[in-house]
Design a protein around this ligand. Structure first.
Ligand SMILES: [Fe+2]
Length: 176
């Protein structure tokens, strides 16, 4: 029998709790379910909390190349939904630092106020099974070239193509 574990939440140490609450509140349209002077528990769906943010007053700056968690990723569906997310966040004053087409996915990468990287990603294939098959193929071997593991794209172009009525398949090719 397999296990029953599911990803539940992330705990993020912050040097500025109000700024972190504001950013996650806006970026994820998240509700703060509990908050005191040192911590906040927030959620954007039916899970009681997806983020716990806390400030113990001793948070230091994490070096870019430190070991540990590098980024946290959230999926939004098909490429047109990624364009929607790009525009929703842009209207809130939140813009990506880099956008990359990874062939089987496309991703927008953001930094929260503490410098943690948050990825918003879409699937570039109609089903999870097709994405998984690609990942185990020789095409994946050829595509995964560091440092980007794909090709950079312009999110404004993605939004423009969606507005022009491009198909999900066409949007999935952005930047390639
Ligand atoms: Fe990722």
């Amino acid at each position: 029998m397999g296990h029953q574990l599911r990803l539940a939440h992330f705990g993020l140490r912050t040097s500025n709790l109000p700024a972190a609450i504001d950013w996650y509140g806006k970026a994820f349209d998240a509700k703060t379910r509990f908050r005191n002077e040192v911590a906040a528990f927030m959620s954007f769906d039916d899970e009681h909390h997806r983020f716990v943010l806390w400030d113990d007053g001793e948070t230091g700056v994490k070096p870019e190349n430190s070991g540990g968690v590098d980024h946290i990723g959230f999926s939004c569906g098909q490429p047109s939904a990624l364009a929607d997310e790009y525009e929703r966040l842009k209207a809130l004053g939140i813009t990506p630092t880099v956008c990359v087409n990874h062939h089987f996915t496309s991703s927008l990468y953001y930094r929260d106020p503490d410098g943690n990287e948050v990825e918003i990603t879409c699937d570039n294939m109609p089903t999870k099974a097709e994405c998984s098959d690609f990942m185990e193929s020789d095409q994946m071997v050829a595509a995964m070239q560091p440092p980007l593991f794909g090709a950079e794209f312009d999110p404004e172009e993605l939004a423009m193509l969606r507005d022009q009525g491009a198909s999900e398949q066409e949007l999935a090719r952005i930047g390639l």
